[in-house]
Design a protein around this ligand. Structure first.
Ligand SMILES: Cc1cc2nc3c(=O)[nH]c(=O)nc-3n(C[C@H](O)[C@H](O)[C@H](O)COP(=O)(O)OP(=O)(O)OC[C@H]3O[C@@H](n4cnc5c(N)ncnc54)[C@H](O)[C@@H]3O)c2cc1C
Length: 287
Protein backbone atom coordinates (compact mmCIF):
# COMPACT_ATOMS: atom_id res chain seq x y z
CA UNK A 1 0.00 0.00 0.00
CA UNK A 2 1.07 3.59 -0.64
CA UNK A 3 1.60 5.91 2.34
CA UNK A 4 -1.46 7.87 3.45
CA UNK A 5 -2.48 10.12 6.31
CA UNK A 6 -4.72 8.44 8.92
CA UNK A 7 -7.09 10.52 11.04
CA UNK A 8 -9.66 9.30 13.57
CA UNK A 9 -11.98 12.17 14.58
CA UNK A 10 -14.19 11.80 17.67
CA UNK A 11 -17.16 13.87 16.50
CA UNK A 12 -19.25 14.05 13.37
CA UNK A 13 -18.53 17.75 12.87
CA UNK A 14 -14.75 17.08 12.98
CA UNK A 15 -15.17 14.27 10.44
CA UNK A 16 -17.20 16.54 8.14
CA UNK A 17 -14.64 19.37 8.43
CA UNK A 18 -11.90 16.93 7.37
CA UNK A 19 -13.94 15.83 4.36
CA UNK A 20 -14.51 19.47 3.39
CA UNK A 21 -10.75 20.05 2.89
CA UNK A 22 -10.07 19.74 -0.81
CA UNK A 23 -6.26 19.53 -0.71
CA UNK A 24 -6.04 15.72 -0.36
CA UNK A 25 -8.06 12.81 -1.77
CA UNK A 26 -9.91 11.74 1.39
CA UNK A 27 -11.81 8.47 1.92
CA UNK A 28 -14.04 7.67 4.91
CA UNK A 29 -13.27 4.33 6.55
CA UNK A 30 -16.04 2.31 8.25
CA UNK A 31 -15.32 -1.43 8.73
CA UNK A 32 -12.72 -1.42 5.95
CA UNK A 33 -13.93 -4.77 4.56
CA UNK A 34 -14.27 -3.26 1.08
CA UNK A 35 -11.97 -0.25 1.29
CA UNK A 36 -8.86 -2.09 2.54
CA UNK A 37 -9.25 -4.76 -0.15
CA UNK A 38 -9.32 -2.00 -2.77
CA UNK A 39 -6.36 -0.17 -1.23
CA UNK A 40 -4.35 -3.39 -1.22
CA UNK A 41 -5.13 -4.18 -4.87
CA UNK A 42 -4.26 -0.58 -5.79
CA UNK A 43 -7.66 0.39 -7.24
CA UNK A 44 -8.06 3.04 -4.50
CA UNK A 45 -5.12 5.29 -3.58
CA UNK A 46 -6.23 7.63 -0.81
CA UNK A 47 -4.13 10.55 0.36
CA UNK A 48 -6.02 10.56 3.64
CA UNK A 49 -8.24 8.11 5.51
CA UNK A 50 -10.86 9.41 7.94
CA UNK A 51 -11.68 6.54 10.29
CA UNK A 52 -15.27 6.92 11.57
CA UNK A 53 -15.10 4.27 14.29
CA UNK A 54 -14.67 6.77 17.18
CA UNK A 55 -17.64 8.93 16.15
CA UNK A 56 -20.26 7.95 18.74
CA UNK A 57 -23.05 9.89 16.95
CA UNK A 58 -22.84 7.38 14.09
CA UNK A 59 -23.56 4.35 16.27
CA UNK A 60 -26.70 2.59 17.36
CA UNK A 61 -30.22 1.54 16.48
CA UNK A 62 -33.28 3.38 17.78
CA UNK A 63 -36.99 3.92 17.17
CA UNK A 64 -38.50 7.36 17.62
CA UNK A 65 -41.89 8.66 16.52
CA UNK A 66 -42.53 5.59 14.38
CA UNK A 67 -39.19 5.71 12.53
CA UNK A 68 -36.34 3.23 12.94
CA UNK A 69 -32.87 4.78 12.64
CA UNK A 70 -29.64 2.83 12.15
CA UNK A 71 -26.43 4.83 12.57
CA UNK A 72 -23.86 4.53 9.79
CA UNK A 73 -21.23 2.82 11.99
CA UNK A 74 -23.56 0.13 13.36
CA UNK A 75 -22.03 -3.24 12.49
CA UNK A 76 -23.89 -6.10 10.78
CA UNK A 77 -23.67 -8.26 13.91
CA UNK A 78 -25.47 -5.56 15.93
CA UNK A 79 -28.19 -5.16 13.28
CA UNK A 80 -28.66 -8.96 13.02
CA UNK A 81 -29.00 -9.41 16.79
CA UNK A 82 -31.10 -6.30 17.49
CA UNK A 83 -34.51 -7.32 18.97
CA UNK A 84 -36.00 -4.16 17.41
CA UNK A 85 -34.85 -5.10 13.90
CA UNK A 86 -35.81 -8.76 14.41
CA UNK A 87 -39.34 -7.70 15.37
CA UNK A 88 -39.92 -4.78 12.98
CA UNK A 89 -37.69 -5.41 9.95
CA UNK A 90 -36.94 -9.15 10.13
CA UNK A 91 -35.80 -9.38 6.50
CA UNK A 92 -32.95 -6.95 7.24
CA UNK A 93 -31.90 -9.05 10.19
CA UNK A 94 -31.99 -12.18 7.96
CA UNK A 95 -29.82 -10.47 5.33
CA UNK A 96 -27.24 -9.26 7.87
CA UNK A 97 -26.96 -12.77 9.34
CA UNK A 98 -26.05 -14.13 5.89
CA UNK A 99 -23.32 -11.64 5.02
CA UNK A 100 -19.69 -12.81 4.84
CA UNK A 101 -18.47 -14.48 8.02
CA UNK A 102 -18.42 -13.63 11.75
CA UNK A 103 -15.30 -11.51 11.18
CA UNK A 104 -16.91 -9.53 8.34
CA UNK A 105 -20.17 -9.08 10.27
CA UNK A 106 -18.29 -7.75 13.31
CA UNK A 107 -16.64 -5.05 11.18
CA UNK A 108 -18.84 -4.36 8.14
CA UNK A 109 -21.63 -1.77 8.09
CA UNK A 110 -24.80 -1.14 6.09
CA UNK A 111 -23.41 2.30 5.19
CA UNK A 112 -20.26 0.75 3.69
CA UNK A 113 -22.41 -1.74 1.76
CA UNK A 114 -24.59 1.10 0.41
CA UNK A 115 -21.71 3.44 -0.54
CA UNK A 116 -19.64 0.65 -2.08
CA UNK A 117 -22.63 0.37 -4.49
CA UNK A 118 -22.13 -3.22 -5.59
CA UNK A 119 -25.28 -4.51 -7.34
CA UNK A 120 -24.77 -7.70 -5.27
CA UNK A 121 -24.74 -5.89 -1.89
CA UNK A 122 -26.88 -8.09 0.35
CA UNK A 123 -28.19 -5.52 2.81
CA UNK A 124 -29.48 -3.24 0.05
CA UNK A 125 -32.49 -5.23 -1.33
CA UNK A 126 -34.07 -5.38 2.16
CA UNK A 127 -33.59 -1.61 2.50
CA UNK A 128 -35.31 -1.12 -0.90
CA UNK A 129 -38.18 -3.38 0.21
CA UNK A 130 -38.48 -1.35 3.43
CA UNK A 131 -38.57 1.84 1.33
CA UNK A 132 -35.72 3.22 3.44
CA UNK A 133 -34.00 6.56 3.06
CA UNK A 134 -30.45 7.57 3.87
CA UNK A 135 -29.26 10.77 5.50
CA UNK A 136 -26.27 12.39 3.78
CA UNK A 137 -24.43 15.18 5.58
CA UNK A 138 -21.63 17.61 4.82
CA UNK A 139 -20.24 20.54 6.84
CA UNK A 140 -23.09 22.77 5.57
CA UNK A 141 -26.06 20.54 6.47
CA UNK A 142 -27.86 17.34 5.61
CA UNK A 143 -30.30 15.88 3.09
CA UNK A 144 -32.51 12.78 2.98
CA UNK A 145 -32.29 10.61 -0.13
CA UNK A 146 -34.48 7.57 -0.93
CA UNK A 147 -32.26 4.50 -0.83
CA UNK A 148 -33.28 3.68 -4.40
CA UNK A 149 -31.63 6.91 -5.63
CA UNK A 150 -28.28 6.50 -3.84
CA UNK A 151 -26.49 4.15 -6.27
CA UNK A 152 -26.14 5.41 -9.83
CA UNK A 153 -24.29 2.38 -11.21
CA UNK A 154 -21.77 -0.24 -10.09
CA UNK A 155 -19.44 1.53 -7.61
CA UNK A 156 -21.07 4.94 -8.23
CA UNK A 157 -23.36 6.93 -5.91
CA UNK A 158 -24.85 10.41 -5.74
CA UNK A 159 -22.74 11.12 -2.62
CA UNK A 160 -20.63 14.29 -2.88
CA UNK A 161 -16.89 14.05 -2.06
CA UNK A 162 -17.49 16.04 1.13
CA UNK A 163 -20.55 14.02 2.22
CA UNK A 164 -20.95 11.21 4.73
CA UNK A 165 -23.84 8.81 4.97
CA UNK A 166 -24.77 9.32 8.61
CA UNK A 167 -27.84 7.09 9.08
CA UNK A 168 -30.48 4.92 7.48
CA UNK A 169 -34.12 5.22 8.42
CA UNK A 170 -37.40 3.50 7.60
CA UNK A 171 -40.85 2.80 8.99
CA UNK A 172 -41.25 -0.47 10.93
CA UNK A 173 -43.23 -3.20 9.19
CA UNK A 174 -46.69 -3.87 10.65
CA UNK A 175 -46.78 -6.97 12.84
CA UNK A 176 -48.79 -8.95 10.29
CA UNK A 177 -46.54 -8.11 7.33
CA UNK A 178 -44.98 -10.87 5.29
CA UNK A 179 -41.28 -10.37 4.59
CA UNK A 180 -38.16 -12.32 3.66
CA UNK A 181 -34.71 -12.06 2.12
CA UNK A 182 -33.30 -14.93 0.08
CA UNK A 183 -30.13 -15.20 -1.93
CA UNK A 184 -28.34 -17.73 -4.11
CA UNK A 185 -24.56 -17.98 -4.11
CA UNK A 186 -21.88 -20.58 -4.73
CA UNK A 187 -21.81 -21.41 -1.01
CA UNK A 188 -23.87 -20.42 2.02
CA UNK A 189 -21.07 -18.35 3.56
CA UNK A 190 -18.36 -16.11 2.10
CA UNK A 191 -19.84 -16.06 -1.38
CA UNK A 192 -21.03 -13.03 -3.32
CA UNK A 193 -24.70 -13.40 -4.31
CA UNK A 194 -25.47 -14.55 -7.85
CA UNK A 195 -28.95 -13.19 -7.29
CA UNK A 196 -31.00 -12.09 -4.29
CA UNK A 197 -34.57 -11.07 -3.56
CA UNK A 198 -36.18 -9.11 -0.72
CA UNK A 199 -39.95 -9.05 -0.22
CA UNK A 200 -42.32 -7.09 1.98
CA UNK A 201 -46.07 -7.55 1.65
CA UNK A 202 -49.21 -6.57 3.51
CA UNK A 203 -52.36 -8.67 3.22
CA UNK A 204 -55.97 -7.46 3.50
CA UNK A 205 -57.87 -7.92 6.76
CA UNK A 206 -59.03 -11.42 5.78
CA UNK A 207 -55.44 -12.32 4.83
CA UNK A 208 -56.59 -13.50 1.43
CA UNK A 209 -55.29 -10.90 -1.07
CA UNK A 210 -52.22 -8.64 -1.26
CA UNK A 211 -52.83 -4.99 -0.33
CA UNK A 212 -49.26 -3.74 -0.71
CA UNK A 213 -46.15 -5.41 -2.09
CA UNK A 214 -42.50 -4.40 -2.52
CA UNK A 215 -39.99 -6.66 -4.25
CA UNK A 216 -36.29 -5.78 -4.64
CA UNK A 217 -33.72 -7.69 -6.66
CA UNK A 218 -29.94 -7.82 -6.13
CA UNK A 219 -27.12 -8.79 -8.54
CA UNK A 220 -29.34 -8.80 -11.63
CA UNK A 221 -28.89 -5.20 -12.89
CA UNK A 222 -26.23 -2.46 -12.61
CA UNK A 223 -27.81 -1.46 -9.28
CA UNK A 224 -30.31 -3.11 -6.94
CA UNK A 225 -33.76 -2.66 -8.53
CA UNK A 226 -37.45 -2.92 -7.63
CA UNK A 227 -39.59 -5.42 -9.57
CA UNK A 228 -42.39 -2.88 -10.09
CA UNK A 229 -44.37 -4.91 -12.64
CA UNK A 230 -44.52 -7.97 -10.41
CA UNK A 231 -45.54 -5.77 -7.47
CA UNK A 232 -48.41 -4.22 -9.44
CA UNK A 233 -49.47 -7.66 -10.69
CA UNK A 234 -49.69 -9.07 -7.16
CA UNK A 235 -51.70 -6.25 -5.56
CA UNK A 236 -55.34 -7.35 -5.21
CA UNK A 237 -54.49 -10.95 -6.16
CA UNK A 238 -55.26 -13.98 -3.95
CA UNK A 239 -52.71 -16.31 -2.34
CA UNK A 240 -52.87 -18.88 -5.11
CA UNK A 241 -50.03 -20.94 -6.55
CA UNK A 242 -50.88 -19.99 -10.15
CA UNK A 243 -50.74 -16.28 -9.26
CA UNK A 244 -47.39 -16.76 -7.55
CA UNK A 245 -45.96 -18.62 -10.55
CA UNK A 246 -47.09 -15.81 -12.85
CA UNK A 247 -45.54 -13.19 -10.50
CA UNK A 248 -42.29 -15.20 -10.48
CA UNK A 249 -42.26 -15.26 -14.29
CA UNK A 250 -42.66 -11.45 -14.30
CA UNK A 251 -39.81 -11.11 -11.78
CA UNK A 252 -37.60 -13.23 -14.09
CA UNK A 253 -38.44 -10.90 -16.98
CA UNK A 254 -37.74 -7.77 -14.92
CA UNK A 255 -34.30 -9.07 -13.91
CA UNK A 256 -31.68 -7.75 -16.34
CA UNK A 257 -28.58 -9.73 -15.34
CA UNK A 258 -25.29 -10.27 -17.13
CA UNK A 259 -23.19 -13.37 -17.59
CA UNK A 260 -19.96 -13.08 -15.59
CA UNK A 261 -17.50 -15.22 -13.61
CA UNK A 262 -20.15 -16.05 -11.04
CA UNK A 263 -23.16 -16.97 -13.14
CA UNK A 264 -25.09 -16.74 -16.41
CA UNK A 265 -28.01 -14.61 -17.56
CA UNK A 266 -30.26 -17.67 -17.86
CA UNK A 267 -29.47 -19.04 -14.37
CA UNK A 268 -29.86 -15.66 -12.71
CA UNK A 269 -33.23 -14.98 -14.40
CA UNK A 270 -34.68 -18.38 -13.52
CA UNK A 271 -33.40 -18.46 -9.94
CA UNK A 272 -34.52 -14.88 -9.20
CA UNK A 273 -38.12 -15.84 -9.99
CA UNK A 274 -37.70 -19.07 -8.03
CA UNK A 275 -36.60 -17.11 -4.94
CA UNK A 276 -40.04 -15.44 -4.92
CA UNK A 277 -41.71 -18.85 -5.15
CA UNK A 278 -39.46 -20.23 -2.39
CA UNK A 279 -40.29 -17.35 -0.05
CA UNK A 280 -44.07 -17.29 -0.58
CA UNK A 281 -44.95 -20.94 -1.34
CA UNK A 282 -45.75 -21.86 2.31
CA UNK A 283 -48.50 -19.18 2.33
CA UNK A 284 -50.19 -20.32 -0.87
CA UNK A 285 -53.51 -22.09 -1.05
CA UNK A 286 -54.03 -24.82 -3.62
CA UNK A 287 -55.54 -23.66 -6.98
C1 LIG B 1 -14.40 -11.85 2.91
C2 LIG B 1 -15.50 -10.89 2.54
C3 LIG B 1 -16.81 -11.36 2.46
C4 LIG B 1 -17.84 -10.47 2.12
N1 LIG B 1 -19.12 -10.96 2.04
C5 LIG B 1 -20.12 -10.12 1.68
C6 LIG B 1 -21.46 -10.62 1.56
O1 LIG B 1 -21.75 -11.79 1.80
N2 LIG B 1 -22.42 -9.72 1.17
C7 LIG B 1 -22.14 -8.41 0.90
O2 LIG B 1 -23.05 -7.66 0.54
N3 LIG B 1 -20.89 -7.92 1.02
C8 LIG B 1 -19.88 -8.74 1.39
N4 LIG B 1 -18.60 -8.25 1.50
C9 LIG B 1 -18.33 -6.84 1.20
C10 LIG B 1 -18.28 -5.93 2.44
O3 LIG B 1 -18.09 -6.64 3.62
C11 LIG B 1 -19.56 -5.09 2.56
O4 LIG B 1 -19.79 -4.34 1.38
C12 LIG B 1 -19.53 -4.16 3.78
O5 LIG B 1 -20.84 -3.74 4.05
C13 LIG B 1 -18.69 -2.92 3.61
O6 LIG B 1 -18.83 -2.16 4.79
P1 LIG B 1 -17.60 -1.56 5.57
O7 LIG B 1 -18.14 -0.94 6.80
O8 LIG B 1 -16.53 -2.58 5.74
O9 LIG B 1 -17.15 -0.44 4.51
P2 LIG B 1 -15.70 0.13 4.16
O10 LIG B 1 -14.89 -0.92 3.48
O11 LIG B 1 -15.09 0.82 5.32
O12 LIG B 1 -16.15 1.24 3.10
C14 LIG B 1 -16.73 0.89 1.85
C15 LIG B 1 -16.93 2.17 1.03
O13 LIG B 1 -17.90 3.00 1.64
C16 LIG B 1 -17.35 4.26 2.02
N5 LIG B 1 -17.99 4.57 3.30
C17 LIG B 1 -18.08 3.78 4.38
N6 LIG B 1 -18.84 4.36 5.33
C18 LIG B 1 -19.24 5.54 4.83
C19 LIG B 1 -20.06 6.59 5.32
N7 LIG B 1 -20.66 6.52 6.54
N8 LIG B 1 -20.29 7.66 4.53
C20 LIG B 1 -19.73 7.75 3.29
N9 LIG B 1 -18.93 6.79 2.78
C21 LIG B 1 -18.71 5.69 3.53
C22 LIG B 1 -15.84 4.05 2.07
O14 LIG B 1 -15.13 5.24 1.84
C23 LIG B 1 -15.67 3.04 0.94
O15 LIG B 1 -15.68 3.69 -0.29
C24 LIG B 1 -17.54 -9.12 1.85
C25 LIG B 1 -16.22 -8.65 1.95
C26 LIG B 1 -15.21 -9.52 2.30
C27 LIG B 1 -13.79 -9.01 2.41
Amino acid sequence: MRDFEYLAPCTLSEALQLLAQEDVHTWPLAGGTDLLVRMKDGSVKPGRIVDLSRVAELNGISEEEGIIRIGAMTRYSEVASSPLIQAKAPLLSEACRQIGSWQIRNLGTLAGNLVNASPAADSVPPLFALDAEVILANHRGERAVPVALLAEGPGRTCLGKDELLTSIRFRPLPEAAVSFFLRAGQRRALAISKTSLAFTGILDDRRSTWKEVRIALGAVAPTVIRAHRAETYLVGKPLRRKVLEEAAAIVSEEAKPITDVRSTIEYRRLVTGNLLIQGLWPLMKED
